[in-house]
Design a protein around this ligand. Structure first.
Ligand code: ATP
Ligand code: MG
Length: 253
């Protein structure tokens, strides 16, 4: 690990960058994962490296949708496993969701390493392992189409952080409620998903867990109201407004 001083103004971001670089060297991540991370870093910088009000609103709606779900599934790719594997497992255990590995640049070695991360974080059931069955998702080809018959295929609500745009679109077309966490409000994933949390994964997941604890005792009707009143397009628009204000004022949000 590089010697990063905690007094550095961007200490947390640099720690994450270091984690990613190390995971790449250990073979968990493909080189393109680092590029995706860099794009995320750029948007996070513009957003002030903090959770903004539209993200909080999306977190509330996403959590309500997960609590209402019959078959919630949390999908984990390489970046998610490295940055927030433990939080994904904790969230899954809190809401009794399944966890499914979804790697685009899939190799047996990477799958095993991600599985290791998830199981050592306490995951009871991990789907999408190397020898698991899978059924292609309608409308997709190749590694993007891979989904477990008892996992993403059966799910009514899926949490897919840092998802590929085509796949997000295919999941929505299959009538699933698609929740994503993506720092780029303009990505296809952000635009196509049902609920888009424009925030860093490492900040959003602990907030979702706190929200689960807050909403757990609510009546179904109250949770439904939260989900129905949430307007994803409007919420993304509000995020873009924040970004443009930031550029106009030429100061941190
Ligand atoms: P799309 O097909 O959705 O348009 P993309 O090509 O923009 O995808 P991908 O490479 O599929 O992007 O996925 C990376 C996305 O994840 C980027 O939009 C990036 O901003 C976002 N991202 C990267 N790191 C994080 C993070 N830590 N938290 C949240 N989002 C992140
Ligand atoms: Mg994407």
């Amino acid at each position: 690990m590089n010697d990063i001083s905690p007094t550095h103004p961007r200490y947390h971001s640099l720690l994450l960058r270091d984690k990613m670089a190390q995971a790449y060297q250990e073979g968990i991540l493909a080189d393109t994962a680092l590029i995706a991370h860099g794009r995320g870093e750029a948007f996070d910088y513009i957003l002030g490296e903090k959770t903004n009000p539209p993200a909080n609103k999306a977190i509330e709606a996403a959590t309500a949708a997960l609590l209402l779900a019959k078959n919630p599934v949390l999908s984990v790719n390489g970046n998610t496993a490295v940055l927030a594997g433990e939080d994904m497992v904790n969230l899954a255990n809190l809401i009794q969701a399944k966890v499914e590995i979804n790697l685009f640049y899939r190799t047996p070695q990477r799958v095993m390493k991600v599985q290791e991360v998830l199981e050592s974080a306490g995951a009871t059931e991990v789907l999408g392992k190397e020898d698991d069955d899978y059924l292609p998702l309608e409308g997709l080809k190749g590694p993007r189409s891979r989904a477990h018959p008892n996992g993403v295929h059966q799910a009514d609500v899926v949490l897919v952080p840092l998802e590929d745009g085509d796949r997000a679109e295919a999941l929505v077309a299959l009538d699933k409620k698609v929740i994503t966490i993506d720092l780029n409000p303009l990505s296809r994933t952000a635009q196509k998903s049902s609920i888009t949390i424009v925030d860093n994964l490492v900040r959003a997941l602990p907030l979702m867990m706190a929200e689960v604890k807050k909403l757990k005792g609510c009546y179904r009707e109250d949770l439904e109201k939260i989900v129905n009143e949430f307007d994803n397009a409007e919420n993304i628009h509000n995020t873009l407004d924040l970004i443009s204000q930031h550029f106009k004022r030429d100061e941190r949000l």
